[in-house]
Each structure stands twice: as C-alpha cells, then as structure tokens.
Write a protein that binds this ligand. Structure first.
Ligand code: SAH
Length: 226
C-alpha cells in the first residue's frame, strides 16, 4: 500500500466510532504497559455471539465491508498498520455504519494481545506484503511465527484464507504450514478460473489491480485441526 502520510489521519482513525483503541494501563508499575480490554470480550463488543472473522492487512477495507454487508450474521474485525490507509475504511464505515464491523490500527505481530484463545473463527490474509529478503521472512504474515500466533487464537475447525498474486510468497506460505496443526482444504494457482473456489469470491483492491494487469491469483484455505 502506498505510504502517503495524511495529516491528522491517526487522530481521525482514533476518533472513529467503530475503531477499537489500545489503552494505556495507569498505575506506577504499569505506566508503559498497553492493554486491550476487548481481548476475551468480543461478544460484548458486538452484542452477540456471532463468529468473529478478522482480516489482517485490510488496506482500505473494501473486501471487509463487502463481506460484512453480505453476511450480517458474522462479525468482522479489520486490522491495518497504517492510519493513512485505514482512514479510508474508517470514512467508509462512518457512512455505512455496518453494525458487524470494527477496525483496529495495529501491528499484527501483537494480535495475541487483542484476541483470546479460540475467539476467532476465521482469518483472511489478502495480498500480504511479500518481504522478499530472506532475513525478513518472519515478518511475512504467513511465516511460522505468524502461524503460531494464529494457532493461539483460532478455534478448532476455524479457517485461514490466503490470497496473493506473488508465487514466491505462495510457495513459502505452503511450506510454512505445520501438518499437525493445519489441513490444506483447498488450493489453486488460478483462483479466477477455479469454478469451486471462485464461487462467491469477493475481489480485494489489490486483486482487482493485479488480475487486470494479467496476473493469476493464488489461494489456499487452511483448517485449524486443534
Ligand atoms: N488486503 C488489501 C491490501 C493489501 S496490501 C487488498 O488485498 O487490497 C497489504 C496491507 O497490509 C497494507 O495496507 C499494509 O499496510 C498491511 N500490513 C502489512 N503488514 C502488516 C502488519 N504486520 N500488521 C498490520 N498491517 C499490515
């Protein structure tokens, strides 16, 4: 995602009615400690017991909002690290006011601070940053380090759905799957010509851009076995 620093975007994101904020815990020994009161309480945030699905690296949020509009019985949480990008999603949500959407500006590395074990039903990873240098492999959102974090918060039989145009990242991601914890239930290297996986597929911003540029899209679904 382009990194343009939009003045005031952090404040605007923080002020959004559908934005979930990190809180700084007060008290001497906790001065610099941060906490998320939503952890373990997402059913209270949404006011229902519907499944919670999370998109990590949501960008401007068109996929998340479209999914949320179509599936009112599912709760959606969008995570994005840059407020300049998330701002667009916040503005869109202020217009749409979808009751089943919440947005968080955060670094996904800390996702275990925000969700309790088994609190998440599904994780969407769409066109995640490739981090092509070997030394940066652990930053890829499908690395074994991130898979370990997802293992902590996904319920049994919960799913991860990953889409990318990047073949190298896709190969790497398949290698990172621990077969004791995850089952690959579907995989394709040409999503838009796969009659089963493409059924009901909602294109993300990057997916539109890269498929229009002639790239084929890879997708994999993983089921959490434990
Ligand atoms: N999912 C969108 C955007 C893809 S670009 C789409 O498919 O159109 C990847 C996005 O993930 C960028 O907006 C980037 O800022 C965000 N991102 C990458 N690494 C992240 C991380 N570690 N934590 C949170 N967001 C991240």
């Amino acid at each position: 995602m382009r990194l343009r620093n939009i003045k005031g975007s952090r404040e605007a994101v923080a002020a959004g009615r559908y934005t979930i904020q990190e809180e700084t815990a007060k008290g001497e020994s906790f001065e610099n400690r941060h906490s998320w009161s939503v952890k373990g309480h997402w059913n209270e945030v949404f006011g229902n017991d519907n499944p919670v699905r999370v998109e990590i690296g949501m960008g401007k949020g068109s996929f998340l909002m479209e999914m949320a509009g179509r599936n009112p019985g599912v709760n959606y949480v969008g995570i994005e690290k840059y407020s300049s990008v998330l701002l667009r999603a916040v503005q869109k949500q202020e217009e749409l006011q979808l009751p089943n959407v919440r947005l968080i500006r955060m670094e996904a590395e800390n996702i275990n601070d925000v969700f309790a074990p088994e609190e998440v039903d599904r994780i969407y990873l769409n066109f995640s940053d490739p981090w092509p240098k070997d030394g940066h492999a652990s930053r890829r959102l499908t690395s074994r380090q991130f898979m370990g974090r997802y293992d902590n918060i996904l319920r049994k039989d919960g799913m991860i759905e990953f889409k990318t145009d990047n073949q190298e990242l896709f190969d790497f991601s398949l290698e990172e799957v621990d077969p004791e914890k995850w089952e690959i239930t579907a995989v394709t290297r040409d999503l838009h010509h796969d009659p089963v996986l493409n059924e009901g597929n909602i294109m993300t911003e990057y997916e539109k851009r890269w498929s229009e540029a002639g790239k084929s899209i890879c997708a994999v679904h993983l089921k959490h076995l434990i």
